[in-house]
Design a protein around this ligand. Structure first.
Ligand SMILES: [Zn+2]
Length: 400
């Protein structure tokens, strides 16, 4: 049947990438990972990763020894949950290479020349240090990066109907993890991506590139990957030109007319006072164009992607992949239940820098009720930066 064939052809062809530790594996390109809660197999993969890390990385060997946790303990959920979360301050105080496996630290000294390509060091990112702490460092091997990119592309395949956007303008600034992640992820999904040129340092110059680039003869850009902008008075560094600043300058209503999908990340899109969706939808109406669809991706240079919201915009769906996310009660350190608020704690499942139960410095409400979109994967709502460092240091039952 022609119709069936067309339907199949419209599905993005994603590269099959396996996340493998111990006897567990996860195909991160499989969109079923987005439809349901973390499976038992995924929890086990995470525990296998932790056990391997304790064996190969001196930092964690010492950390679990001090906590009185044995390798056998780590085979159970209870053992994993006994690992004290790492705080942002702790990570920030570490030298660049400390979270790498011991052998990888040796290669960092002498080079990765003799290693197969997938084990070579591929990306290194640092945070901006805008929280007042020393920038935090994350290394990714080539295999790590490929898993991460395939997961980002899978998120898009799950949530953004193919063909909704085809030519995407990437406004994340070059050195930031978001720029490379969005570029590689969106390309893998099936769009062409053009980055904001390094010489365009003002929102006006970036808007000009948006209006003139993207194969204008074929319709120009119809997608935007961009930081949302920061609500007045909120902490954090601007990660390049943002949507708020472009909307303020867009006198010709290019965005309302032409942009069908806007992907944001880096800070909360729906922060009070920004009203980004409302402003764009008003611009759509003025232009007689359909409503632009918004998707917010959640992730960090230390590990990404964690979650993305569906077009209902009622919380970000967690999806199994290289980032295993927990939401822990600030006082007890136990996982919160539906509707409760807690600290976001992540485990980055990869071969480069190891982040195990790392409290990233955000809090969120954890929602397990099925979403209007029909998916049953848990969602994070109302994600906010924890600005009081004392709360983070004393948080999660004193473990952080
Ligand atoms: Zn949903």
């Amino acid at each position: 049947m022609n119709i069936a064939r067309e339907t199949i052809m419209q599905q993005p062809a994603l590269p099959r990438r396996l996340l493998e530790f111990g006897t567990s594996e996860l195909d991160v390109s499989d969109t079923r990972n987005d439809a349901e809660p973390y499976t038992d197999e995924y929890h086990e993969l995470c525990r296998n990763f932790v056990r391997e890390t304790v064996e190969v990385c001196g930092f964690y060997r010492e950390r679990v020894r001090r906590a009185g946790i044995s390798l056998e303990d780590l085979e159970s959920a209870a053992g994993f949950e006994a690992i004290p979360p790492l705080s942002s301050g702790e990570v920030s105080a570490l030298d660049d290479s400390v979270l790498l496996p011991d052998e990888t630290r040796q290669h960092l000294k002498t080079g990765f020349f003799g290693l197969p390509e997938e084990r070579k060091m591929w990306r290194k990112f640092t945070t901006s240090g805008s929280s007042g702490l020393k920038p935090k460092v994350s290394y990714y091997t080539k295999a790590d990066w490929e898993v991460l990119v395939a997961t980002g592309a899978r998120f898009l395949a799950s949530y953004v109907a193919p063909g909704t956007m085809t030519r995407v303008f990437n406004c994340f600034s070059g050195g930031h993890v978001g720029a490379k992640f969005q570029e590689d992820g969106i390309s893998t999904y099936g769009c062409s991506v053009e980055g904001a040129h390094i010489s365009r340092t003002t929102p006006a110059a970036v808007l000009e590139q948006l209006m003139r680039g993207g194969a204008l003869e074929l319709g120009g850009f119809d997608g935007l990957a961009i930081p949302p902008g920061l609500a007045k008075g909120s902490p954090g560094a601007s990660k390049g030109t943002n949507l708020d600043s472009l909307l303020n300058l867009d006198a010709d209503n290019f965005i309302g007319k032409n942009i069908r999908v806007i992907i944001t990340s880096g800070s909360p899109r729906d922060a009070a006072g920004l009203n980004l969706k409302e402003r764009v939808w008003e611009a759509n109406e003025l232009a007689g164009a359909p409503k632009t669809k918004f998707f917010e991706m959640y992730g960090f240079s230390e590990s990404l992607p964690n979650a993305i919201d569906c077009e209902h915009n009622v919380g970000l769906h967690l999806g199994a992949g290289p980032t295993y996310t927990e939401v822990l009660d600030e006082k007890t350190g136990k996982h919160v239940r539906n509707g409760e608020r807690g600290f976001v704690v992540i485990t980055g499942i990869r071969s480069g820098s190891r982040f195990i139960r790392y409290a990233v410095g955000d809090e969120a409400t954890y929602v397990t009720e099925p979403c209007p979109c029909g998916r049953t994967s848990p969602r994070l709502q109302n994600i906010q930066r924890v600005v009081e460092l004392e709360r983070l240091q004393q948080g999660c039952g004193g473990g952080v």
